[in-house]
Design a protein around this ligand. Structure first.
Ligand SMILES: Cc1cc2nc3c(=O)[nH]c(=O)nc-3n(C[C@H](O)[C@H](O)[C@H](O)COP(=O)(O)OP(=O)(O)OC[C@H]3O[C@@H](n4cnc5c(N)ncnc54)[C@H](O)[C@@H]3O)c2cc1C
Length: 369
């Protein structure tokens, strides 16, 4: 049996999943969103934004632009017990229902203007560099290398990757095609090598790989994986439900540790599927529906929606404005054809529409100064 206690829903983390959850619940419950940033960010255009500032402003959206009723607490959550979330500004936020959506760790500034400046700085670093080093050959490193060489083919780009093949989230055929495509664009790809960046500063120009190879680069970008942001749960009520990779164990309703009123969504969960933004959004919608039922006083477990993990059927990596690499169930394609299928604006307009934000068409925004 379920029992409704109240309608205070606290969502920790204002990323892809948490922000959508707050938006879809704010007219149905008393929602508080806890996030250290004053904005929500659409990550899929991050890399384009480094070379094309016209894409930037539409992807960094103040929480106040899409939330009308929900309250926002700008702080890190630092602890949780069975009724309250503790925050880094000393405020305790009481909940009847709690959703953990803290995704992956990343250091982002608190203000939208500072985030936009970061993009502009990255763009200036790339513009001013004749050579660029990218460390990490997952989707982010590969997409960034592609963005740079497609916009500025004269730049010398070196991609260093610590594994024998690029894009381990995709199959071997996709890895081989990506490698061939990058090399055809004169990107130097060094596989099975790492770069120790511990002592590197923005002024470092010479790097040595683990194989002793020297790479000269005017600018460098680290595109290696980020850990799951579950460290703050250590020693709390939920700590015992964090697995060895840092993911929160959830059940079929996306609830944590059998607790009736605690859910988790997005990259932080241990749901056996790819960690992708569109799947984080699907999870958020399932929890949103369940919370609407619960705050209305649903009393039967069977009424709650279950989340069905998505079998990985396809994945696309964008390669600049024109090309893409698409891994489909029965084939892997690279070039203009998959590039034509992926929207030119990286799904920004669609994501903004989901959040109830009206959009100007892609490319009409002023450049960030
Ligand atoms: C460059 C890039 C490109 C991508 N491209 C795609 C793509 O094309 N398609 C796709 O489907 N997926 C893509 N992804 C993956 C996708 O972005 C993630 O799967 C998605 O962001 C996960 O959403 P989330 O809400 O779980 O976590 P996140 O989006 O990581 O959000 C987590 C939020 O929690 C907050 N937070 C963290 N710690 C705390 C704390 N202690 N207290 C309070 N708040 C906290 C953070 O500030 C952040 O707002 C991409 C990712 C990146 C980085």
């Amino acid at each position: 049996m379920l029992r409704s206690t109240g309608d205070r829903v606290v969502i920790v983390g204002g990323g892809i999943a948490g922000a959508l959850l707050a938006k879809t619940l704010e007219n149905h419950a008393d929602v508080v969103l806890i996030d250290p940033k004053e904005y929500f960010e659409i990550p899929w255009a991050n890399l384009r934004a480094k070379v094309d500032p016209a894409a930037v402003e539409r992807t960094v959206i103040p929480h106040s632009d899409y939330l009308t009723h929900a309250k926002v607490v700008t702080a890190f959550a630092v602890g949780v017990d069975d009724s309250v979330v503790l925050t880094s500004i000393g405020r305790a936020v009481a909940y009847d229902f709690l959703v953990i959506a803290t995704g992956r760790t990343c250091n982002r500034p608190q203000k939208q203007s500072e985030r936009l400046e970061m993009f502009q700085d990255d763009k200036e670093r790339i513009d001013g560099a004749r050579s660029v080093l990218i460390v990490g050959g997952g989707p982010i490193g590969v997409e960034l290398a592609a963005e740079i060489v497609m916009k500025s083919p004269e730049k010398r780009v070196t991609l260093v990757h610590g594994a024998p093949r690029l894009l381990k989230v995709m199959g071997a055929r996709a890895s081989a095609k990506a490698l061939e495509w990058l090399r055809s664009k004169n990107v130097t790809v060094l596989l099975d090598q790492t770069v120790d960046l511990a002592s590197a500063t923005p002024d470092t120009r010479e790097f040595t790989t683990s194989a002793g190879q020297t790479v000269e680069a005017d600018a460098h970008f680290v595109c290696t994986g980020r850990p799951v942001a579950s460290g703050w749960l250590k020693g709390t009520l939920l700590g015992e439900h964090v697995d060895e990779e840092g993911h929160l164990r959830v059940d079929g309703n996306l609830r944590v540790g059998g607790l009736r009123n605690v859910f988790a969504v997005g990259d932080i969960t241990d749901v056996p599927e790819a960690k992708q933004g569109h799947l984080a959004q699907r999870q958020a919608m399932v929890v949103s529906r369940n919370l609407r039922l619960l705050v209305k006083g649903a009393t039967r477990e069977e009424k709650l929606h279950r989340y069905k993990p998505s079998p990985r059927t396809s994945m696309t990596v964008t390669l600049g404005h024109r090309d893409a690499l698409a891994e489909l169930p029965f084939m892997t394609l690279i070039g203009h054809i998959p590039g034509a299928v992926k929207p030119r604006d990286h799904f920004i307009t669609r994501t903004r529409r989901m959040m109830g934000i009206k959009s100007k068409p892609y490319g009409t925004m002023p450049h960030v100064m």
